[in-house]
Write a protein of this length. Sequence first.
Length: 256
Amino acid sequence: MARLRSTDLTQVQEAVVQDVRRRGAVTARRVERDHGPIAAWESLIESHWLTSHDSVHGTLVTLGTLGRAHFTDQKVYVPYLSGPSAVLDRAYQNDALECMQAEGYTVVDCVHKRATGITQKTSGRKVTAQILYHILRAPNFSDSQRYHRTPPDSRDRVKGHPFLYATVSGGSPEQRLRQLVRRYTNNIQSWDSPLLLAVPDLAAVWRVEREINLRQQRGVEEHERRFPYQSGRLVRTLVRVIHVPHPEPVTGRYGQ
């Protein structure tokens, strides 16, 4: 088909391209929900403004070669997601963030994986486009302690600003949950809010989640029995697992 120039894009198509550029990777189902039927934007895939990817999380959409070239020419940063796992994780993260925002959480920052090779500059550090976790502001916390990008030791311990991990590529979810809780136990106390972990399958981790939180509750109860003047100071729930399932397969092109 003829090359689709930026001046040829409809208002809907331009909105789709900007949305995909901003988020990095999204499900085709979400594009349909937010921007209308496939017929209105399918030509973006056929003309390489966008690219579709099949995955366990349904059909995913990223910028294609023409879309990347367009924003590169405009000197607009676009994430370089190299490989199926990076695309899958980014799309899953976006769905997990939407779930948390519906509960009143606010996204304030994200932390990228440091690496050599294709990088971007963030706070003086070279990092990849791969997001390790997002930093959220929990609902019911005031703005009195605003999040600022500071050295890691202080940044990681802002009251009411827990981390959200949401990845589906690689590793045992049970093992990952235990590792994260061990790593962030002190941070969780400072956040006054549990660590957040999104998973597509609750059955794989609910026993571990329950075990960790029961052990913490018993420890807090024993501590408060011995030191009653410290009652209410310790977090009773270390981790909260959020169910963000893979979409059910549906019939039709780009239907997932």
